[in-house]
Each structure stands twice: as structure tokens, then as C-alpha cells.
Design a protein around this ligand. Sequence first.
Ligand SMILES: Nc1ncnc2c1ncn2[C@@H]1O[C@H](COP(=O)(O)OP(=O)(O)OP(=O)(O)O)[C@@H](O)[C@H]1O
Ligand SMILES: [Mg+2]
Length: 260
Amino acid sequence: MDQVLAPSRPAAGGTSLLKASGIVKSFGGNRALNGVSLDVHENEIMALVGDNGAGKSTLVKILSGAEVPDEGTIHVSGRLAAIQSPHDAHDLGIATLHQNLGLVDCFDVPQNVFLGRELSTKILGVLPLLRRAEMVERTKALLRELDIRMPYLDRPVSTMSGGQRQAVAISRLLLGDIKLIIMDEPMAALGVHEGQKVLDLIQRLSLRGISFLIVSHNMEHVMSISNRVAVLKNGNLVGVVPTERTTRQDITSMIIHGRV
Ligand SMILES: Nc1ncnc2c1ncn2[C@@H]1O[C@H](COP(=O)(O)OP(=O)(O)OP(=O)(O)O)[C@@H](O)[C@H]1O
Ligand SMILES: [Mg+2]
């Protein structure tokens, strides 16, 4: 198993991949985001932290197309982006790993990896025939490429460990041409060993040029994996700090007091 480098890797280059500006979102009278601006760079792992109710999931939902903001703009690679649905986000190279992982429990690994994008051939021009062997081969190639070892591919994912299920869900995201993976509390339900494996996978993918925006309450993970940490409090961005030039205590203080 690869070791997670600690403290974090040096800050990434700084070219903007995803830039959110002045994002406002209210639910009834409750303002969840109060004009948040955030810039995720190419090839970086950004952690998004904050207390319960700070607005992290709301921001993530907006960036992934699950919610539409009341105000504000989003640019992807310098171009104004209209993200109205998860489909729009995916077309722009943004994929989101939700906490429930979006897997179908009774399906096996290749079925889950290709879920909704099954490879098929039409017999007599009408009847779809699934190209199962090809999907199995492509799943194996993908897992090999990601250095993910999975003893069985042909068992329902319900029989797999939390970490293996995460790996299947991440592989699934990578079928498309993905530049940014957003994760909301990805390791929350995992044990220490499994969580570490997912961190390793995130780092390997990051070295291949994929950026990450990761919501986490786990300060140890945040400090070990991220290039920069963005802190939200009560719907406002408190600040963004390079991980290697800050401490856990500083970040905790930003979360609680709302000051850098
Ligand atoms: N669908 C909704 N309807 C009404 N209010 C909502 C909705 N979603 C979020 N909120 C409110 O918006 C605020 C921000 O919530 P959000 O879920 O973004 O916080 P969070 O930072 O993800 O918190 P946690 O760490 O607990 O997951 C909270 O006050 C929450 O009650
Ligand atoms: Mg949340």
C-alpha cells in the first residue's frame, strides 16, 4: 500500500479549474450561502471544512449541479458554465461522489461501473444485447490502472467492504473525462485502514492530474492529503490556506471563530 505523504504535497500550480464567485443560496428565510467565492486549481486537492450547518454540502451540491444558486457564477477552465444538473456538471468534467455512493447493491462490479452507460449492440437493429465481456475487461483494465485490487468482480457489491465499495464508486466516476471529483464526507463511514486506502487512491488519482474538492470533518485526513483548506462558517468563506503553512489548531480556530 502506498503511504500517504504527510504533511501534504506542495501547493499545486495555481491555474484555475473551477471558480465559483459570489454564490448565494437561501432555503426559505435561511441563507445557507452568503456570497461565497472559491477557486479550485488544476491538479490540487482542496479540503472544504466547517462546522455543522456551515454550508459545505450546499456549496458542493451547487458545484455538482444538484442545486441551482440564487446568485453567483461558476467558471470552469476560465469559461462561464451553466450548471443546472449533475449531467451538465459531468459534461464539464465534474463528478461527485455522494455519501450513499450511488451503487446498486445487488449488481456486481462491472454492472455498477457501467451503470446507466452500459455497452450494448443492437441485434437486427432493435434488440439491445449487452456486451458483458467487454464491460468486464474494461472494468479490469480500469481497476488495474488505478491499482485497485478486488478479489471478485462478479459478486453483488453488497457483499463488499466499505473501502471496496468506495473504490467501485470512484472507478465508475472515471469512465468519463473527469477533471474534478467532489466528495462529501467520503471517509466518514470507513474504518481507519479502509479510509487510508481511499486516501491513497485519491493521491494516486491526483498525481494523474485529477483535482479534488473534499468535504471532511476529519482533521487528520485534511492535513495529510490536501494542498489547501477552505473554511466556511455560517455561509461565509472565512479563508483559504495552504495546508503546509498552517496547523490543525489554526484551522480549528478558523472554523470556530471565523477568523484567519
Ligand atoms: N434542502 C434544505 N432545506 C432547508 N434548509 C436547508 C436545506 N439544505 C440545507 N439547509 C440549511 O442550510 C444550512 C447549511 O446546510 P449544509 O447542509 O450545507 O451544511 P454543512 O456544512 O454541510 O453541514 P454538516 O457538516 O452538518 O453536513 C443549514 O442551516 C441547513 O439547515
Ligand atoms: Mg454536509
